[in-house]
Ligand binder design. Structure first.
Ligand SMILES: Nc1ncnc2c1ncn2[C@@H]1O[C@H](COP(=O)(O)OP(=O)(O)OP(=O)(O)O)[C@@H](O)[C@H]1O
Ligand SMILES: [Mg+2]
Length: 218
């Protein structure tokens, strides 16, 4: 049975999806968006890097297999995209009381550029705080997966992009990084085993969202 429409949220609800390549983020976001539509709950779905015209251009640069980008400029490019996204898309949608669903957010930088590429965690946090104005999600769904499974899934889509071609050890550090981040903020993170069927994950994510939406939502 469908719950009653929840009306407008004040001050909005910010949800991010994290996890390695091929973990199922896009799959779950599409399923969640269908549910939000069915409930007539105002929402905005966006992604990193991207989500704004600047972000789309930055995304092309970051995913270009022809380019070699050092860890610091890589992080700064992600941060530039993120800053524009927060200002132009995420904050305004939250101010309108919407559910904002973001495919990757700042945790990806902490995991990829910190645990993956070895940049200093304090530097990442300072620049991230500046780029986001200190905005963190109300809930972050971490789809955890052995990177070999994720890369195998991604490979079935065709040409690997720049990140997918990075070595397995990098992806293993990344996985550990995400799990460590989740361990330090268990109240914000929902960690799910990404090998479960998509429909099972969809149910668990939906339950977690419902239990965390403000009480005023009926
Ligand atoms: N729970 C699941 N079980 C098995 N396969 C899945 C599951 N969820 C998604 N897939 C498949 O795995 C592949 C990757 O899924 P998806 O694109 O949703 O991952 P992603 O996390 O968005 O990846 P990326 O980081 O590359 O954007 C797709 O082919 C998708 O159909
Ligand atoms: Mg995706």
């Amino acid at each position: 049975m469908l719950p009653q429409p929840l009306g407008q949220l004040d001050p909005g609800f910010f949800l991010s999806f994290e996890g390695p390549e091929g973990a199922g983020k896009s799959t779950q976001i599409a399923r969640l968006a269908r549910r939000l539509e069915e409930m007539a709950l105002p929402h905005t779905v966006t992604r990193e890097p991207g989500g704004t015209p600047l972000g789309a251009r930055v995304r092309e640069v970051l995913l270009d297999p022809q380019l070699t980008i050092d860890p610091l400029p890589e992080f700064l490019l992600y941060s530039a995209s993120r800053a524009q996204l927060v200002t132009n898309v995420i904050r305004p949608a939250l101010d309108r009381g919407e559910v904002v669903v973001c495919d990757r957010y700042a945790d990806s930088s902490l995991a990829y550029q910190g645990f993956g590429r070895g940049l200093d965690a304090a530097l990442l946090r300072d620049i991230t705080a500046a780029a986001t104005g200190g905005l963190w999600p109300n809930l972050t769904v971490l789809l955890d997966l052995d990177p070999r499974v994720g890369l195998e899934r991604a490979a079935q889509r065709g040409q690997p992009d720049r990140l997918e071609r990075t070595d397995l050890a990098f992806h293993q550090r990344l996985r550990q990084g995400f799990l460590e981040l989740a361990g330090t903020q268990p109240e914000r993170f929902l960690v799910l085993d990404g090998t479960q069927p998509a429909s099972t994950l969809e149910e668990k994510i939906w339950e977690a969202i419902q239990s965390r939406l403000p009480d005023s939502r009926g």
